[in-house]
Ligand binder design. Sequence first.
Ligand code: ADP
Ligand code: MG
Length: 777
Amino acid sequence: KAAMKKIISRRSLQMHTERQTWQESQQGQKIMEFRRSLPAYKEKDAILSAIANNQVVIISGETGCGKTTQIPQYILESEIEATRGAMCNIICTQPRRISAMSVSERVAAERGELLGETVGYKVRLEGVKGRDTHLLFCTTGILLRRLLVDRNLKGVSHVIVDEVHERGMNEDFLLIVLKDLLPHRPELRLILMSATLDAELFSSYFGRAPMVHIPGFTYPVRTHFLENILEMTGYRLTPYNQIDDYGLEKLWKMNKQAPRKRKSQIASAVEDALRAADFEDYSPLTRESLSCWNPDCIGFNLIEHLLDYICQNEKPGAVLVFMTGWDDISALKEKLQGHQIIGDPNQVLLLTCHGSMASSEQSLIFNKAEDGVRKIILATNIAETSITIDDVVLVIDCGKAKETSYDALNNTPCLLPSWISKVSAKQRRGRAGRVQPGECYRLYPRCVYDAFADYQLPEILRTPLQSLCLQIKSLKLGSISEFLSRALQSPELLAVQNAIEYLKVIGALDENENLTVLGRYLTMLPMEPKFGKMLVLGAIFYCLDPILTIVAGLSVRDPFLSPLDKKDLAEAAKAQFSQDYSDHLALVRAYDGWKDSEMDLAGYEYCWKNFLSAQSMKAIDSLRKEFYLLLKDTGLVDSNSTTYNTWSYDEHLLRAVICYGLYPGICSVVPNEKSFSFKTMEDGQVLLYSNSVNGRESRIPYPWLVFNEKIKVNSIFLRDSTAVSDSVLLLFGGSVLKGDMDGHIKMLGGYLEFFMSPSVAEMYQSLRRELEELIQT
Ligand code: ADP
Ligand code: MG
């Protein structure tokens, strides 16, 4: 052991000398100079001594001051100097995989090394790490997984949790686990880093841990609200130019959003402000235009117009456009590529920055554009705090971000664009003032900004907790509700109970809240449990391809477009894909057709003809691959065989697998004199969204529909649905894999009897007898 230690310390000494030579080279000098110029450098000693003297330290400082790239290096360097290099193992978590990857690359480059030497990274399904890696950047999820097998984080000397202010679910979860671990590992150091100043909250959570603040410097940024933008560019909003396909889609999605209060608050704030004298200052044209402003739409046309204006009139400098998500970004990019100026690569370098971009794309965004070429980056809120692009001078802020919201009473989750907080808006604006005074264009009126919440709610308080509960169980952390009561801010008890109840109903937890076999598989699939369930059964029953398509399709924006003025045509187009009383199977057909056309390079025409979104189709295509890899990871599919598609064309089997996933989302088809209506146990009468193939049927030869989502507008609407038979519901509703057939029958029996259909009750009774016999034998 002693000899080993000697070798290791000699090796790190050798690396240390190599490094010193590099530092003396010209490039090394330049980088060292840059590193010394960062605001974090001035606080280096204060930071290191706080870490030396305390088990937990909280560090805050403006974005770009050098927290992520510098502080782990300071720790590593000081440990090496103190000849503790061999024992130093730093793990630095990032909320997103893309930042873990880009930051590790940057840090390795700053050290004159390749990735996989001292510095490495690990994200799901990917990573570079070597024998000598002492600083590992990883996603929060990866560290949670490591805790699963290595409860005490053996050999780790420092854990740095970055971007804690984002208050993602995983981060809050990790903090509870680490807080429990600290007393058992007194030598372990925990460092929390954040861009904003809510450090107090974290400090008191960790028993008044000391805080170090890194003072920063930014240039002033001028703010232009929507009214100023209209005035300045002469653009006129009309209801028409906001309602393009995407706008419509937004409108529809916003309608089902849970925090309705804030939305109506904002609408009335706009009205009030319009009436107020404030707006007297603006030309009648602007006032009229503002009165058409529709808070539900970003309005791609407006962004295009504004970018055009900036290219022609504004000072040089990169433009950063904050959008809500990958689908918006790619749609806008496509639109802009057709623009005379913005689409001309000699004048504009148009780039994107979002969570699913390839690493080759990543380095492009940091490069400076050639002289006379304007760099425009379309980004999600990744660029808000985790990634810093230095040459940004102009920021366009749509005012929204995609966040999961959850209403414990309705028990309905959604990933929807919603208004950001004042803190986020300020962060976004700050991105324009890094190198010189900047400009920030906010695509919303000032009064809307005034109605923004100060801070965003932490994710743990606004999303369903199903996946989190599964994770608590897989880490064997005891009672779910007891564990969650120790969080930084605990979720509502009702939300916790809902999640546990749901997991029991779907067979992921047993009566005593223990993970079932199914539950264990679901913990390996980071997605909503119902989607995980479908994939598991699709793999087991050898009908994986269509199930991959369905799960991917349910995870992206609805690929079936429905423009307001061509609704009938669009619905007819969708109807061609359906023969089976199933929106899900219609999607499978639409996708398969697209895939065939895409091979002949005619995918775009195919989408156009059939009212499908090409973006969604592409997104489905790449998600399918991702899901397949995840499944392979669980060992449920064997990569060397194609048997997993043996039954992919069996429509009845597919129906059963869909039912298995979507249960307990069931509704009964109640025939009446001329047609039929729909009822669920909790809501009574419900309606189908007009886009659903089942909404257009005059007859549905099945007694049940299973559905993915309920949306409350005025009435309750069901989105995608698939019709299923009694026997499928009886056998596949709930938990076939659970083994608790008896409990399952009782529960389903309750549901069937509720609707008092004599034929069903009879059939159920006889099936039940048969099954009971079966269980006994
Ligand atoms: P913080 O974590 O405090 O927001 P970072 O440590 O990420 O700051 O970044 C510090 C500085 O390093 C940034 O302002 C930027 O100038 C530079 N930087 C970071 N990553 C890169 C990169 N991949 N390429 C070029 N410069 C980078
Ligand atoms: Mg950072």
